[in-house]
Write a protein that binds this ligand. Structure first.
Ligand code: ATP
Ligand code: MG
Length: 602
């Protein structure tokens, strides 16, 4: 009988399994470190060279393996962690498949050195592309060390998909940081190209691990979580609302000590924040969920990065409530609400505003003018003018017509408005030749600043900082800044790296208040993170938008008549007075005819 079906040999099967288990160097590090944690290690050291592509070493002080176990460990489906399928529903270890070591060894040059506490001598095993090339007795300290060199040397297609060493090391940094937060009782260290870039102390306190990773200053900005709903317990920390980050990278989720990601849970976190603070960005969060192990299935993802809850809704609700109560109790409602709500309307104040005469005003209108003389470091290198035009165009793509405005009926010279007063410290009421105008003061100033900034065709005017400022970033942000140096230069920033996670700000865009600079930088980074292939003009547009928004007078600022008139005059002289750079309306108009209709005069 002819048979065409063949059972694959072990080496080939392992190579195929590796395709699922080992996606990149960070997956190797994750598997090895999880093995070390399962082996009750107190201290784990990871060393990588060139993003882990050329070399990874994971050394632990765990229980180690006997010579016989070490030989078994490298076989497929060999595990000490479960015995039967039933055990899958009550898993208390990170590993359970018995696949990681043979999969890694199938696609690299692999060595394992291990020794039990009770044994005087240990075992050394060497495997190249899945074939055992050496097994012998070896000395060494108690515990296990695995080295992985030349990852994917025998699967070139895989190797081609790897990113630059800098990006691969950022992935490793990221996952190791998350594991360190999941297990603050284990001291975890990362050495990248001979430089120590991460080290936790293993005190068992989550706060200490967070402080080691994010810096002490950031850690003091964390609000503790402690919430129980039935048999779901939630602990951890969330950042205060202003600690919004540029990506989800700053969110660590653990379920029964396992680092996972889960969209539904991220949504619960976002919802809790955004109900209080409608801002872009991702809150910093370390959320540890403890749930009976029979209510969560850990065997649903090839890299064990996801889990399935038997009652997702219950976990969603618990996370939402845990975060919300932390935000509410720790911050005090008015502090959080202050950034979103306008002051309560006060008729007395408005009436007073209307009574004001120009003579009463003392603050010069020049308050609203951009200080052009403040741009000492102006350089002539320019972006092509077309870029600026594109920028301007994209800024105005949202048609004002949507808001019932008839933009084309006014060109910039014909709009003349006389200020009548301010409502709620937010809206300016003005009279025009053809009706009543209500102007959103923030949107209006945003538009003015945007056009001022956009007029500088080349580098955004910058100013040197007399006392350079040090700003902390994570490694991925630093990579982004270094990779996009010319772009940051165009936008008025000059930075130099002074530490693994800090940079010195030497020049910053002028005309941007000092307090806004850091937030502005982070928003550019956020845009760079979130865009696939960002174009210079798109980033510039985002920068101009954000810079204008951050520097503009806020809703809630009381303005005098002269300030308001200056603002309105400037607004009317812009190309697009009707919308802010985000496309929201800056002016709403009631024509004389509409007013007449409202008063039933027609
Ligand atoms: N660092 C270590 N210290 C002690 N024992 C280890 C270590 N690494 C692996 N082992 C042993 O080798 C076995 C196989 O490891 P491997 O990672 O391949 O599978 P696993 O951890 O059981 O399951 P998974 O494939 O889900 O990770 C483990 O079950 C464990 O007994
Ligand atoms: Mg394992």
């Amino acid at each position: 009988m002819i048979t065409t079906i063949r059972v694959l040999d072990e080496t080939t099967a392992n190579k195929i399994a590796a395709g699922e288990v080992v996606e990149r160097p960070a997956s190797v590090v994750k598997e090895l470190v999880e093995n070390s944690i399962d082996a009750q290690s107190r201290s784990i050291e990871v060393e990588i060279v060139d993003g882990g592509i050329n070399y990874i070493r994971v050394s632990d002080d765990g229980i180690g393996m006997s010579a016989a176990d070490a030989r078994l460990a490298i076989l497929r489906h060999a595990t000490s962690k479960i015995r039967t399928a039933d055990d899958l529903y009550n898993i208390n270890s990170l590993g359970f498949r018995g696949e990681a070591l043979p999969s890694i060894a199938a696609v690299s040059r692999f060595t394992l050195t291990t020794r039990l506490h009770a044994e005087p001598i240990g075992t050394y095993i060497e495997i190249q592309g899945g074939l055992v090339t050496d097994i012998r007795e070896a000395g060494g300290s108690v515990g296990t060390t695995v080295t992985v060199s030349d990852l994917f040397f025998n699967t070139p297609a895989r190797r081609k998909f790897l990113k630059t060493p800098a990006t691969e090391s950022a992935y490793i940094h990221d996952i190791l940081g998350k594991i360190a937060l999941a297990r603050p009782d284990v001291a975890i260290k990362l050495i990248n190209n001979k430089r120590q870039v991460l080290a936790t102390t293993g005190t068992g306190r989550l706060f200490d691990a967070a402080a080691s990773l994010y810096g002490y200053k950031a850690a003091t900005e964390l609000l503790p979580l402690d919430y129980t709903d039935g048999d779901i317990h939630i602990t951890g920390y969330v950042g205060k609302p202003h600690l919004l980050k540029s990506s989800r990278q700053w969110q660590t989720w653990t379920v029964n000590g396992r680092t996972i990601s889960n969209r539904m849970l991220s949504k619960a976190l976002d919802n809790a924040y955004h109900s209080l603070l409608p801002k872009n960005g991702f809150p910093l969060a370390i959320i540890q969920i403890v749930i009976p192990s029979d209510k969560v299935d850990v065997n649903v993802h090839p890299q064990k990065n996801e889990v399935k809850f038997s009652d997702e809704q219950a976990v969603f609700r618990a996370v939402y409530k845990a975060v919300l109560s932390a935000l509410e109790t720790a911050k005090g409602p008015q502090q959080i609400a202050a950034t979103v709500s306008l002051p309560a309307s006060s008729p007395g104040k408005i009436a007073e505003e209307f009574k004001r005469t120009p003579e009463n005003n003392v603050v010069p209108a020049a308050l609203f003018m951009l200080k052009e003389s403040n741009a000492p470091v102006w350089r002539e290198e320019t972006l092509p003018v077309t870029t600026v035009r594109e920028t301007m165009q994209s800024a105005t793509e949202l048609p004002a017509i949507r808001y019932g405005l008839h933009q084309d009926t006014h060109d910039r010279s014909s709009l003349v408005l006389r200020v009548l007063g301010q409502i709620n410290d937010c809206f300016i009421v003005a009279a025009g030749s053809d009706g009543l105008y209500i102007i959103d003061q923030h949107a209006a100033h945003e538009r003015i600043l945007y056009e001022h900034l956009a007029q500088s065709a080349g580098r955004v005017p910058a100013q040197q900082l007399l006392v350079p400022r040090v700003v902390d970033f994570d490694e991925r942000d630093i990579d982004l800044i270094l990779q996009n140096e010319p772009l940051f230069y165009e936008l008025g920033f000059r930075l130099e790296q002074i530490g693994p996670r800090s940079m010195r700000l030497l020049e910053v865009p002028s005309d941007i208040p000092g307090t806004e600079i850091e937030g502005l930088l982070r928003e550019i980074l956020s845009a760079l993170h979130n865009m696939q292939t960002p174009k210079a003009h798109e980033i510039r547009h985002i920068f101009l938008q954000t810079a204008a928004c951050r520097s503009a007078v806020k809703a809630g600022e009381n303005l005098n008549m002269r300030q308001m008139q200056a603002l309105i005059d400037e607004l009317c002289s812009t190309n697009r007075p009707y919308t802010c750079p985000h496309g929201r309306p800056a002016i709403v108009r009631f024509t004389s005819a509409e007013l007449a209709k409202m008063f039933k005069r027609q």
